[in-house]
Design a protein around this ligand. Structure first.
Ligand code: C5P
Length: 399
């Protein structure tokens, strides 16, 4: 799996740097090409000669080579790599990655790299527990970087607790998993709907809902990480996602979402409909702002088309289709009914009864039910983990 894969290993100035030699050995043994880039502080902890000998490549640490005066092109390094690992990741480099600071070769390469990035933080107990560290890690995660959390144990300071870099064998396993998964959706073009819809009442008001779009965006992110082409059709949201294989289409209303979905679904291998679509819209949109006058105001609503059901009716038999259901009573019974009625392959159920699940949260608690009567309850996780669980469940079954 790793044969011929090109890995940039960024090493920063933490005591755990001495363990990186073992990771290089494991990667090389499996046929990977490894190029090491050191931050200036890393050289105090691990010798460039050791790394050059183990990797069989020159070790990079300056923008230019002090012996022959030649420039090291960080853009070429960034393009060369299939994967970049930063281990150990110190609090200092973490903060630079979170801010986009490029004052050394490793950081300039990180900012130029097009490939996925995995980091393994390592720092002392209190530094790891500091809210700034948590914020910076969160920021990285939002940029799609995979984080291997620090582990509990004895720290170089003599303290004991969380902060130790994950063992080289754990990092190696994550690298193997990454390459195994990164091709698992390679032949798929997946349409994902996300976010709420806004139904205009007049030029300044609308009927909407509290959907943040986070679940749909997490699904898109994981699908991209696993090699799919993604068409993301989203209602109004603050969520951001950038990727070469992503086509994002922003819509406001259900009717606009309906048009966009029908326009694009034909060329897709499947779809996941995570949008919280408004079931009704005002029968008419007032041309001018409605002024207040009477004590009560009535707005007539008309039913919106069910986008998912309409795709369920028209999809070809090779296309797979997944819906979401947010249920408050008899959740499984209602979700199964929807699965059948809308001609789905599976449905992802979340209930508002579970704390931390549903609208607006960063976490979700889901159950996936499929058309063959299988079901799986997942624990409360981040929406990103929930997205991974959904794809793990679907891959090999339908996808
Ligand atoms: O019937 P219900 O609204 O509970 O179904 C939820 C599922 O149907 C979600 O996957 C949602 O994205 C989709 N849906 C849709 N168009 C609608 C209503 C719901 O695509 N008008």
């Amino acid at each position: 799996m790793l044969n011929g894969k090109r890995v940039i290993l960024g090493i920063t100035g933490g005591i755990a740097a001495y363990k990186i030699s073992f990771l290089i050995r494991m990667l090389k043994k499996q046929g990977a090409e490894v190029k090491c880039i050191l931050t200036p502080a890393a050289k105090d902890f691990v010798s460039p000669l050791t790394l050059a000998t183990l990797s069989g490549e020159p070790v990079y640490h300056y923008f230019w080579n002090r012996e022959d005066g030649r420039w090291t092109n960080h853009v070429d390094l960034g393009i060369w790599a299939d994967l970049m690992i930063v281990a150990p990741l110190t609090a200092n480099t973490l903060s630079k990655m979170a801010q986009g600071n490029a004052d050394n070769l490793l950081m300039a390469t990180y900012l130029s790299a097009k490939c996925p990035v995995i980091v393994a933080p390592a720092m002392d107990l209190d530094m790891y527990a500091h809210p700034t560290t948590a914020e910076n890690l969160n920021r990285l995660e939002n940029h799609g970087i995979q984080i291997i959390p620090a582990e509990e144990g004895f720290l170089a300071s003599g303290l004991e607790g969380k902060g130790r870099m994950a063992e080289p064998s754990t990092i190696f396993e994550r690298v193997e998993d990454h390459f195994a998964l990164s091709a698992s959706l390679k032949n798929q073009t997946i349409l994902i709907t996300a976010g709420p819809t806004y139904e205009s009442i007049d030029p300044v008001r609308f009927i909407g809902n509290y959907s943040s779009g986070k679940m749909g965006f997490a699904l898109a992110e994981i699908a991209l990480q696993r090699g799919a082409e993604v068409i993301l059709i989203s209602g109004p949201t603050q969520c951001q996602l950038h990727h070469d294989r992503l086509k994002r289409i922003d819509v406001n209303s259900t009717l606009e979402m309906y048009e966009a979905v029908h326009h694009h679904f034909e060329k897709c291998t499947g779809g996941i409909f995570a949008a919280a679509v408004s079931d009704y819209r005002p029968a008419t949109k007032a041309e001018q702002k409605i002024e207040k006058s009477e004590k009560t105001l009535q707005i007539d609503l008309v039913k919106n088309p069910d986008i998912l059901a309409s795709i369920g009716e028209s999809k070809s038999k090779n296309q797979w289709l997944i819906g979401f259901a947010l249920e408050t009573e008899k959740p499984e019974v209602h979700a199964r009914k929807k699965l059948q009625k809308k001609n789905l392959d599976a449905i992802v159920l979340n209930t508002l009864q579970d704390a931390g699940a549903g609208f607006g949260h960063d976490t979700n608690k889901i159950t996936v039910l499929d058309k063959d009567n299988n079901s799986h309850n997942f624990e409360l996780t981040s929406k990103r983990e929930a997205a991974k669980n959904i794809f793990n469940f679907l891959t090999d079954r339908f996808v």
